[in-house]
Design a protein around this ligand. Structure first.
Ligand code: FES
Length: 495
């Protein structure tokens, strides 16, 4: 299940870290944030290395819908009510500037990545959201963007109302980033892949970053790892959760009109044309590790929905992604913790990583080079105020208590013998709890079903054949190999 972006590009390859190195800036994570942070710093005279646990752009970046927009859902009235008009204005401005920044880079570096300006819309088909959209239009116009309330969109269904953000953009993210990686290489940025940083320790005025075999010594560290790989003292795991969502790219066999769309209401439906023949439809969000519904229906539901709108459609691609959502809906960008100076993070993009990654790369560059940045304060990563979101904080706490305590002492309903071929789950085996996947041929893969981050019991994901953590969203494949952080180690396995 590869995304369209992966299928239409060739990934550049790099070697593993094969010695101890000494740099000024070590950027962990070669997704869009890490790559753009390195790009922003490439002319600074600092020695930079970019180090990635998998391949270049092999995490969330390759599975985006690639909408380059400042329209991050119905966010602006919420920001104004929660933090004030000036805050909302800065959030908007920073993301509008990011769109311009991407366009400037595309032109300056002559990148052929299908960059194209287009409008972006949020629409509603329910009465409940009509007033919310009116409020959003009012706030957005007040803070500086000429947004328009509309009553029709270029999709084949009726809406109640919507909001249009003009002059947003779309591009092919991997074509863009692979060219940037080439530029980094030509500017002596050291790039290593398949090298997992397991820990970061303070040493003198800098840090030692440890892989299994080698160390990186660096004064500045950028954790561009989607989710911070260090839990303490930053405590971001108390202020953020992770969501999974799904996308299909279809040939609708109907005219594809320009514009990108997302519904205001849940279940979210997102539309984004790739070209004249292909259209991405996304949705079916759920919290990572939530297996209260059968995940096998996620793509099916999207396909059924697509068929209702485009009866002759054909599915060409399917992919899934994962996003970090901060409790106050504002990303965390900047210092990781006051106790660990010169370590920076960028996370909590809540699905809007194309512009936010560029906002982040600029803030991080400015922090390292000691340049004032007018947006730094609104994204401050050390803030604890999100915990005031009592409802979501309560949900996270409940989930952690359940997965870390109650669920661990409960014996599973199923025994090992109950598992059918090509299925998995936490089962009882000789009085012990085991995480087992039985493949199509009956071969068994057994792991200890406890997350290597903080020990929560894992859930079996029967769609993607993975072990997912309901507490903070770490994921592992069926063999126990780590897929995504905050954990930094594979699961313990049974022979
Ligand atoms: Fe935190 Fe699993 S991700 S315990």
């Amino acid at each position: 299940m590869e995304s369209y972006w992966v299928d239409t590009t060739t990934r550049p390859s790099f070697s593993k870290l094969d010695r101890d190195i000494d740099v000024d800036v070590c950027i962990i994570g070669a997704g869009i944030t890490g790559i753009m942070s390195a790009y922003m710093l490439k002319d600074s005279g600092l020695k930079i290395c970019l180090i990635e646990k998998g391949e270049i752009c092999s995490g969330v970046t390759e599975n985006t819908t690639a909408k380059v927009t400042s329209q991050h859902g119905l966010i602006y009235r919420y920001l104004e009510d929660s933090f004030g008009t000036e805050f909302a204005r800065k959030y908007l401005q920073s993301n509008e500037e990011a769109i311009n920044m991407i366009e400037d880079i595309v032109q300056k570096e002559s990148i052929e990545c299908e960059f194209q300006r287009t409008d972006n819309y949020i629409y509603t088909c329910t009465d409940e959201y009509v007033q919310k959209i009116k409020d959003e239009v009012e706030t957005v116009n007040k803070i500086g963007l000429n947004a328009e309330q509309i009553d029709k969109i270029n999709l084949p269904f009726e809406i109640k109302t919507g909001i249009k953000f003009p002059n947003q953009a779309k591009f092919h993210p991997l074509k863009y980033l692979y060219k940037i990686v080439e530029i980094l290489k030509n500017n002596n940025v050291e790039i290593y892949t398949n090298s997992i940083i397991k820990d970061i320790e303070k040493e003198g005025t800098g840090y030692i970053l440890k892989t299994e075999e080698y160390n990186v010594k660096s004064k500045y560290v950028v954790m561009a790892t989607h989710y911070p790989i260090k839990s303490f003292p930053g405590l971001h795991f108390l202020k953020m959760y992770q969501d999974r969502s799904y996308a299909i790219a279809i040939e609708p066999h109907a005219k594809i009109t320009p514009g990108m769309y997302i519904s205001a209401e849940s279940p979210v439906a997102s539309f984004r044309p790739i070209n004249d023949e292909l259209l991405i439809i996304g949705g079916e969000d759920h919290k990572t590790g939530d297996n209260s519904k059968d995940l096998k229906i996620c793509y099916k539901s999207l396909e059924t929905y697509a068929k209702e709108i485009y009866p002759s459609m054909k599915v060409k691609y399917r992919w899934a992604t994962q996003d970090c959502v901060s409790l106050d809906k504002v990303p965390y960008i900047g210092e990781f913790s006051n106790l660990m100076p010169n370590i920076y993070i960028a996370t909590g993009y809540k699905k809007w990583g194309m512009t936010t990654s560029h906002v982040a790369a600029k803030i991080i560059r400015d922090k390292i080079l000691d340049i004032d940045n007018e947006y730094e304060k609104i994204y401050r990563a050390t803030r604890m105020a999100p915990i005031k979101n009592h409802e979501e904080f309560g949900n996270m706490l409940k989930q952690t208590v359940y997965s870390l305590g109650i669920n661990k002492i409960k014996m599973p309903k199923y025994k090992y013998e109950d598992l059918e071929k090509d299925s998995g789950g936490v089962v009882e085996y000789e009085g012990e709890k085991m995480g087992i996947y039985k493949d199509k041929d009956g071969k068994i893969y057994a792991v200890k079903p406890y997350c290597k981050h903080l020990g929560c019991e894992l859930s079996w994901n029967n769609l993607e054949k993975t072990w997912d953590c309901p507490c903070h969203g770490s994921r592992y494949d069926y063999t126990g190999k780590l897929i995504s952080e905050p954990a930094t180690e594979d699961l313990d396995r049974y022979e």
